[in-house]
Design a protein around this ligand. Structure first.
Ligand SMILES: Nc1nc2c(c(=O)[nH]1)N[C@H]1C(S)=C(S)[C@@H](COP(=O)(O)O)O[C@H]1N2
Ligand SMILES: [Mo]
Length: 324
């Protein structure tokens, strides 16, 4: 049985790095170990380990793919090593140095299931799926709710293309996505107070928006495990926790899905989770962000700078909690 503990408000201020509120001692010691490897400037060693899975990936021949020039950045691309050694993936632990632990995740066989309100429920092998999709590269910003950010080249396809493949029925209003939950290789699942598996959802309108992307590659190679291999969601106008990793299931439904963070702490995290510098998190400001791999703090932008693409989605929803 899952015991859901909603007690963020009981936490002392010093424990309140937002997503480490429940970090236990075992994870803490692992975190310190990983942290000291990073601090030692692991460099080549760290990089090799961080991209080990990529070298033997059966889809490696697909990359690099052509960049779509429409999506431009207002800043430098984040250094690759920084982006693939500083990660958020609670299935492997609550600290940012989980890239080595994530190498244990088995990537093959990887089956993706489509169910719920679809013409026909089905399962497809990831390698078959990715070879059926129109691949492109996009440069997107990423803004975590904890106020750090990066800008990276994702490879993959639009969620719209995947939805066409899945053939949902007209009654589908939302798509609900689920991450692999493998107790053998994911030590984070032992934290039984979390509502595993990790779940996220979008409205069908959001899911079909041109920005909404399924990443299967990063920096012109198959996406590393710690970044959400073999496929993860990318919604660059929303806080990073919407960007669910290592997806095994897409369900089409007429009920609004409750995501992992909304379920865990609904007073702080909601369904929409759009980036807005003027709406603070209950425990910290969202006005600026720390740019990963630099010492810079820069102003955060409404919809993370993607207003022109997405503002219309919310015009009729002004009474909703759009920015948490
Ligand atoms: N399954 C799963 N997906 C996840 C998370 C997670 O813990 N588990 N963390 C989310 C958060 S909070 C962020 S900021 C991004 C981080 O992606 P990155 O590690 O590639 O930077 O992944 C998101 N997707
Ligand atoms: Mo995040």
């Amino acid at each position: 049985m899952l015991i859901k503990v909603k007690r963020g408000w009981e936490m002392p201020e010093r424990a309140a790095t937002p997503e480490s509120v429940f970090m236990n001692r075992r994870e803490l010691s692992k975190g310190l170990a990983a942290g000291s490897i990073l601090a030692a400037g692991a460099g080549l060693f760290g990089m090799r380990q961080a991209s080990a899975s990529v070298e033997t990936d059966p889809t490696a021949d697909l990359y690099p793919v052509d960049r779509n020039p429409k999506y431009v950045l207002d800043r430098d691309i984040t250094n690759e090593e920084d982006a693939i050694t500083y990660n958020n993936f609670f299935e492997f632990g609550t600290h940012k140095g989980i890239y080595n632990l994530a190498q244990e995740m088995p990537l093959r066989p990887w089956t993706v299931r489509f169910d719920g309100l679809v013409e026909e429920e089905r399962e497809v092998d990831f390698d078959t799926l990715v070879r059926a999709m129109p691949l492109e590269e996009r440069l997107y910003r990423h803004r975590c709710v904890e106020a750090w950010s990066m800008a990276v080249p994702w490879s993959g396809f639009t969620l719209a293309a995947l939805i066409d493949y899945a053939k949902p029925l007209s009654g589908a209003k939302y798509v609900r996505m689920e991450t692999l939950a493998d107790e053998e290789t994911m030590p984070g699942l032992r934290a039984s107070w979390y509502p595993w598996p990790y779940v996220e959802g979008l409205t069908m309108e959001e899911a079909r928006n041109e920005l909404t992307f399924i990443a299967t590659g990063l920096y012109g190679k198959p996406i590393p495990k710690q970044s959400g291999a073999p496929l993860r969601l990318v919604t660059p106008w929303k806080y990073g926790f919407k960007a669910i990793k290592s997806i095994v299931r897409f369900s089409f439904t007429d009920e609004r899905p409750i995501g992992f963070w909304e379920e865990t702490q609904g007073a702080e995290y909601g369904f929409w989770a759009n980036v807005n510098p003027e709406v603070p998190h209950p425990r910290w400001s969202q006005a600026t962000e720390r740019v990963l791999g630099t010492n810079e703090r820069v102003p955060t932008l409404l919809y993370n700078g993607y207003e022109e693409f997405v503002a219309h989605l919310y015009a009729d929803k002004q009474d909703e909690r759009l920015f948490m």
